[in-house]
Design a protein around this ligand. Structure first.
Ligand code: ZN
Length: 280
């Protein structure tokens, strides 16, 4: 049986604006429609940030997050993931405020950033205390943490602070985020090193920023991983050509996966593959 590849879509993020791409979805309805189209094109996980519907600015407003999740859940049966990191750099949120939407809304999964770093010119604080507290709470809630590793050292952080401490039993899901200024550069050698640092049985995806989205994603797929596409990380379909929608980026990824002789996972297959904790 050939391996099934999981595509995650990150439709809006917290950094791009409509100046970068006028097709960026902002309201709950827009995000839900983009997610539905991405789902129909082959995505089975959606990674969500929230934005103020009037200004487009990133927001931590619980009711905006709630509206997004409600609209997405109504639109399609995609696996839902919300950020716990976006508000740290863009809004300067405190640790407990970053976790609040996860506690209140209980998505299938949430990002859990695996170490502190400089994110561009800003400090992105993710201390061992925060990692431990988030992992404990997500386990209690049955929400799968996706460990976001922006560098090789962050894989070690998860091993040391989470696995050895016995806070959460492996296997874990990882994202390798490559190409943020302050994080690991997006090269094939670096992705190979990240992949080889994980024990057998873990699931992972490659996230390349900007023009590295498709090259890193494709290499991730060739190495046995999954990939993420979407406007959060990249707004271009190809050099100088803005993507009309997130679905267009998902279609491109799906086309490459199929040309490589692999199949796309359905949402049901992804639910069986990912170490999801939801028992509901
Ligand atoms: Zn994000």
């Amino acid at each position: 049986m050939s391996r099934k590849v999981i595509i995650t879509v990150a439709p809006t993020g917290s950094i791009p604006t409509r100046k970068d791409n006028p097709n960026l979805p902002i309201t709950a309805e827009e995000v839900a429609q983009e997610t539905k189209r991405a789902y129909e094109a082959g995505a089975c996980v959606v990674h969500l940030h929230a934005r103020n519907p009037d200004t487009g600015e990133p927001t931590s407003d619980l009711e905006v997050f709630r509206a997004y999740l409600d609209a997405v859940r109504d639109a399609c049966p995609i696996i839902t993931q919300i950020t716990t990191g976006g508000g740290a750099t863009t809004l300067g949120l405190k640790a407990e405020d970053r976790l609040r939407p996860v506690e209140e809304l209980q998505p299938d999964s949430a990002s859990l950033n695996a170490g502190s770093m400089n994110f561009g010119r800003k400090l992105f604080p993710n201390t061992p205390d925060m990692m431990e507290a988030y992992a404990k709470r997500m386990k209690e809630l049955g929400v799968m943490p996706e460990f976001e590793a922006y560098d090789l050292s962050m894989v070690q952080n998860v091993d040391y602070w989470i696995r050895r401490a016995g806070i959460l039993d492996p296997p874990y899901q990882f994202s390798f985020v490559m190409g943020v200024m302050g994080g690991i550069p997006p090269t094939f050698k670096n992705l190979l090193a990240l992949k080889e640092s994980l024990p057998e049985g873990y699931t992972w995806q490659a996230i390349g920023i900007g023009r590295h989205q498709i090259p890193m994603g494709t290499m991730g797929v060739l190495l046995g991983g999954n990939l993420r596409v979407g406007f959060e990380d990249n707004v271009y379909l190809s050099k100088g050509v803005l993507a009309k929608s997130n679905a267009e980026l998902v279609e491109k990824a799906a086309r490459i996966i199929r040309e490589l002789g692999l199949e796309l996972a359905t949402t049901e297959e992804a639910r069986e593959t990912l170490p999801l904790l939801n028992t509901a």
